[in-house]
Design a protein around this ligand. Structure first.
Ligand code: ZN
Ligand code: ZN
Length: 365
């Protein structure tokens, strides 16, 4: 058995606190990872606070995990001890459904859907057909911990020329934005709009630019405009700047909304060219109603997209290494995590927080 220490919340109104637990040693196909860094995703906060009504407590978040392979099972061939590796949002799926066979584990339609890196399967226990919420586990603990054990084919390789702390946010924020760019065929010369400029928006702007697109960022914060432009956006516009918005009507090939909560996409639909798509990746909830008039008159689409597959996650890591695309981050020790959550919720964050898990190891010694 492996002794692990992490940070978890006991309930929806509780702060994250140190939590010791034991984890099984790696089986034949498992990789044991000593966690070095873990990104802080807005989903972590939604989940800790039970805002999607499916949280299993104690809840130990973290799905932007980068670390060093500490041990491997006897059957592991893809990774070796000492490798720098990553774990994103998923650690298993049914492996048998149409989506899994197509390599799109993130759309698994197996009885329990995919197994999330933390908080167990994507189906609440009460709805799981076997009455248990698991392929193997009722709950899972994520990367806010000193170690994690994951099946080898859900472990990603971190390219050598990508700093481990900067690779962490690519595992969720990176692939969540890269996957729709690829699916909807964003290409050099396209005009891409990014709504919202937090962790997802920052990655989206940089990846779209590296794909050869011209990027316009829409934000509600005046001081984020210069940050977006410094990150490679051609321009950043205030969302309430109706005059500039009107001047851009019908000029976008693709628009991605990264806003993590309910919002109104109507002002942006008119900015799309005919037959183009606005994709929502930030919010997983009932949105403001949309007016179908501007949608129908230009045969536009409003769509959604959920993270990305394991293959796409490896692809975006390799893409970011090749094109020198890295998120803007601020590294924090684990004991600042509750303060970090407050700042993320206030929209007061200029960079993605990445937890230095060495701070947890040192504190627990
Ligand atoms: Zn995430
Ligand atoms: Zn499946």
């Amino acid at each position: 058995m492996l002794n692990v220490i992490g940070y978890s919340a006991a309930g929806p109104h509780d702060k994250l606190k140190p939590h010791r637990f034991t984890c099984e040693d790696p089986r034949a196909i498992d990789v044991q990872i000593e966690v070095m860094y873990c990104g802080v995703c807005h989903s972590d906060i939604h989940q800790v606070k039970n805002e999607w009504s499916n949280t299993v407590y104690p809840c130990m978040p973290g799905h932007e995990v980068v670390g060093r392979v500490a041990a491997i099972g006897s059957g592991v061939t893809r990774h070796k001890v000492g490798d720098i590796v990553g774990v994103g949002c998923m650690i298993d799926s049914c492996r048998a459904c149409e989506a899994c066979l197509a390599g799109e584990q993130n759309y698994c339609i197996g009885p329990n859907s995919w197994l999330a890196t933390y908080n167990g399967p994507m189906v609440p226990a009460a709805k799981a057909p076997n009455g248990r919420n698991s392929y193997e586990r009722d709950n899972t603990f994520g990367g806010y911990a000193t170690a994690i054990v994951v099946k080898e084919d859900f472990v990603l390789k971190i390219p050598h020329n990508l700093a481990p702390e900067k690779a962490a946010p690519i595992l969720c924020a990176g692939v969540t934005t890269y996957s729709p760019f690829k699916h909807w065929g964003v290409k050099p010369g396209d005009h891409v709009g990014i709504i919202g400029y937090g962790g997802l928006g920052n990655m989206a702007a940089k990846i779209a630019k590296a794909l050869g697109a011209t990027v316009t960022v829409f934000t509600t914060s005046a001081d984020k405009r210069s940050l977006a432009e410094a990150a490679g956006a051609e321009r950043a516009i205030l969302e309430n700047d109706e005059k500039t918005l009107a001047s851009l009507a019908g000029t976008f090939d693709f628009i991605l909304s990264t806003v993590p909560t309910k919002h109104d996409v109507n002002p942006f639909v008119a900015l799309l060219k005919r037959d183009r798509t606005l994709v929502i990746v930030g919010a997983l909830e009932v949105m403001e109603p949309t007016n179908n008039m501007p949608v129908a008159f230009k045969r536009r689409s409003i769509a959604g997209s959920l993270i990305g597959s394991i293959a796409e996650t490896q692809e975006v890591l390799d893409f970011c290494a090749e094109h020198d695309v890295t998120p803007d981050i601020e590294i924090i020790p684990i004991d600042r995590i509750n303060e970090a959550y407050e700042r993320v919720e206030q929209g007061d964050v200029r960079f993605r927080y990445v937890i230095d898990m060495g701070s947890l190891r040192t504190a627990s010694e």
